[in-house]
Ligand binder design. Sequence first.
Ligand code: SF4
Length: 433
Amino acid sequence: MKAKININTRFDSFQKYSLYQSLDRESRNEIKDIGIEYKLTFQELKQLTDMAVDFKMWEEPGIGIQWKLYSKSLNQSNKIFNKTVLKSIKNHWQTLKEDETKYETKSKRNYKSTVRKIKEINGENEVFGMCPVASEKTVCCNLRTIDVAQGCGLGCSYCSIQTFYEDGAIAVEKNLEDKLASIKLDPNKNYHIGSGQSSDSLALGNKNGILDAQLDFASNNPNIILEFKTKSKNINHFLNVKMPNNVFISWSLNPQLFIDNEEARTASLKQRLKSARTLSDKGILVGFHFHPLVHYQGWEKDYKKLIGNLMDMFSPNEIGLISFGTLTFIKPAIKSLRQIGTKSKILQIPFEEAAGKISYPMETKKKIFSEVWDSFTPWHDKVFFYFCMEDKELWNHVFGKCYKSNDDFETDLFDSVKRKLELNDPIKINKTF
Ligand code: SF4
């Protein structure tokens, strides 16, 4: 009886563990039943819960089934019974993380309505800054960012933006034009500026005049190149206005299988490529980000096919830049994504420390990045390629070279894109809008 009281008391205090509370009732009951019956320690309960959260997100059999499966052939009176069962479940969990992720061809995800509350930001907050994920520890392009909104309704499962803004609303700048006009840029310096780091650049259209304000900002500052980054097909505004000749639009690309499973409400791959083609036909420069590159079953074939299509659809002169990046998480984002518990396999990767963040092991990155780079062989010296947020070791392995400094990287990127912008200048080549 004494032991029973102790385990119940232990369980009462364990129930406060936030990840336990984030689970559905069925999983919580399974953990409680196992915990009490087998007198699990606090640490064992925590371990079981962490794996239960992952199994739930990955749509694997629940923790109750896993416990039954791995305990059925064991002798319960054995002193290391609990440890052995937990170890077997952990081995299975680890194998799932290390193997290539398996995606269902038809996503079972039930995307909720796209309607998100839109608020206005009318305060003193800064809209201009350095790329928030840049790091001294990786090779970085010194990107500056304009934050026109906070929050995003597209719902990519790997995006930490969804973990930043708790009420789920999207807040849009009310007086972006004034704020952009007050930014002090050094006229003797060149800047690559991107919007779309804290929201999608085009998903909100020209709400509160945010697109017009940015186009005016580009017109008034010829020493910048301004990049709109998107996963939407929302290009209409750009088809109806005069585009400054220092603006380009870029799309994040991934095979449709990955989009179906992890990029909930974004435009399909076909729609993204079609939108890019439409803008190219108007003389507007475009770019592409293969970010995140993902190690899933079938990745070689899918990326090869996607890159083949891309090279058939565009000439290299129409492309400003192409970047590669992969899944990289900061630890608090992993915690928040688990807490949200979206059905997703995005955390089903081996967690390897990479420049203070969590990513794939270097060997896996070398394999994927090399394969994708090789698929672009005919364009190697015709388009500016770079890696986003990656280590020197990866640059040297794949490209056979690396920049000496981030400033060199920044200059090279700016000069290359500027040259392409001049070739595609919508004003000079007199395309009609
Ligand atoms: S390389 Fe990527 S992370 Fe680094 S500054 Fe550029 S965009 Fe930001």
